[in-house]
Structure formats: C-alpha cells, structure tokens
Design a protein around this ligand. Sequence first.
Ligand code: MG
Ligand code: ZN
Length: 383
Amino acid sequence: MIRHITFLSFFFILLVSCGQTKFVGYEPSNMSTILPEPVEGAFAQNVILLVGDGMGLSQITAGLYSNGNKLALEQFKNIGLHKNYAYNDLITDSAAGATAFSCGIKTYNGAIGVGPDTLGRYTILEEAEDRGYLTGMVTSSTIVHATPASFIAHNESRRNYEEIALDFLKTDIDLFIGGGNKFFARRTDEKNITEKLKAKGYYMSNYFDEELTDIDVKAHKKIGYLTADADPLSVEQGRTYLPVAAKKALEFMEHHCTEDQGYFLMIEGAQIDWGGHANKGNYIVSEMIDFDKVIDIVLEYTKQHPETLVIVTADHETGGLAINKGSTMNNLDMKFTSDYHTGDLVPVFSAGPQSDLFLGFYQNTDIYHKMRTAFGWLKDSKI
Ligand code: MG
Ligand code: ZN
C-alpha cells in the first residue's frame, strides 16, 4: 500500500512538473533604487524606445507571476495607455503599429514607413540621423521584420524583405543587431548588401563568424550584426542574445555619442507576439522574461544616465490572452481567444526627461509626437 502511494505521488509530481510552467527566474537588479526624477523642463538627450511586440497586460501579468512576482518593469511610475487601431482596421498589425511610432501616422496593415497612399514618410530614426544623433536598432526577429523595418525603410508591403534590406543602404543607422542574414548576403537578386554596407564603412559581422560578445563596439563607428540566417531562435530553443545586444548597444551609444549629440535607440522583444500567435503560454512567458531583462539593463543604465528618456510599450496585444480561474502564481491557466492580434489598449511605461508627456490616454501616433517633443525638436521642426 505504502509503496503504491509513493509510486502514485511520484507519478503525480511528475505530472504536475510536466504540466507546470517551470522557468529559471531571474532577479532584477536594484529594484529598491528609485529611478531619477526628471529635471523640470529639461529635454531628453537620448530616447530609448522598447517595444514588446504583442505585449498586452496579460502577457506582462503572466511574465510577472512566472518570474516569482517580480519584474524590472514594476519600477516605472508613469503609465499611460494607447489606442492602437490602424488606418483601415480596428485590429492593427505590427507594420501599421510600428509606422505609427516611427512616422506619427495611422496607415494600413502591412505598410512599412509609408502612408495610406503608399508614399514614404520621414521616420524619427531618419530625422535623428539628419539632426546628427546616433541611431540604433536591436531585435529578436529579423532586422527587416515589420517593427524595425518601419523605422528605416519605406515599402508598401512588410513581406518585401529583400527590398527592405536594400533600404539599409539609404540611411546612416549606426548600429543594428537582429536576424535575417539571408536578406543581406544570400539574396535572390544576388546583390550582396553586406558587402555594400562594408564599403559604406560598416563593421559587418554575423552569428557564424563571431560571437556578439566578442565584438568591441568601441572600436567601430558603424556596426551591423546579423544574429541568424532567417528568424532567430526563441528563448526556449536557446536564444540568449537580446539582453547581450541591449548591453552592447548601450555601450556603443555611450562611447560614441558626444555632449551635444544624443541618440535614438529602439529595442524590440519581437517574439512575445509569436508566442501569442502560437497560443503557447510558455513561449510568451519565456520571451516576456527575456524582454524584462532588457528593461532591467536599460533602467540600470538610466539610473547612471538620467538624461535618457525610456519608453516601454507594445504595438498591440496578441492572442486575446486571459489568465483564468484556478490559476496559481506558479501554475497559470492561460487561455486564448485568437491566434491573431486583438484590439485591446496597450500600456506605455516611461521614465526620464519629459516622461510626464506619456501619462494618460492617447493615440499610438502620439508616441511619435511625444518623442519628438521630448527631444525638444518641436522648437525647430525640420518637417
Ligand atoms: Mg515585431
Ligand atoms: Zn503578430
């Protein structure tokens, strides 16, 4: 009998541990250190925009409880909400969602840095370049995927990856890290964009030639690092580079920017969205925690560099995720209403100079205008 019970309870524990989400929790650093108060009226020298693709409140909640009820994100005091519908659809995609952030316009789903008329619009990253700021983008998708593409390219369709890669030759972005090597170096038109970027002065590297950790970001003024041939792996499959890339990007910006030349940096946690499309709770949680590690790194940086405005938001929610009755903190019952995006409002977290602009309720396009205001660019508009 006892042997039976032991056997049964062993079996039970095995069952529970299979069904239960087990995550190697991470400890956010210095949660007790308060973020610096912005100096009244001072503009932001640097703006860091962190986009958790598909990160609605349920994704944040799931990440929070699965990480032992602690996220670096909790340090933010300023919280707002944005309306993320697209020009032609109440349910936005990531292209229209990112173009709202990058150009300040509502456009159709699939549009990359273009308006409803398919004509290109000036992006905040291009304007930052023109004004002499440093610029950078880091993502856990390909670098030509909808979110980063909308800041640097102009295309009527998000699916034209090779054309989007060509647009990297038209701007002077200083640092980019993400997947998609094949769209640069193994193209159907046999152009080699990697070689062309090298000729433009970029230090180009990739996952099969060099570890990201081995790159001396202080030694190169322009860097492109491709983390995968196509889409990068998920965290569950072993991807670890996003927090490393965030550190590298900050080190790069800090070293190369000057007193009167700030920077614009966009970092994307791209695969929270992919977990939502797949309706996989563990996928969402592992990507959410990974993205929070990036938030932790950025917040620790801003504690030392209070001239930096940090914004954390999403383009939309993905999956219609809910955390259901019967859930415990260690075992969430996560259910989905969709395998696509939903129309939920999404939160905006902000800290640093001009972060009060991001309080309240506004359009996704206002994030663009607020970032420009925060930089102090409204005084001498170049548009
Ligand atoms: Mg994305
Ligand atoms: Zn999506």
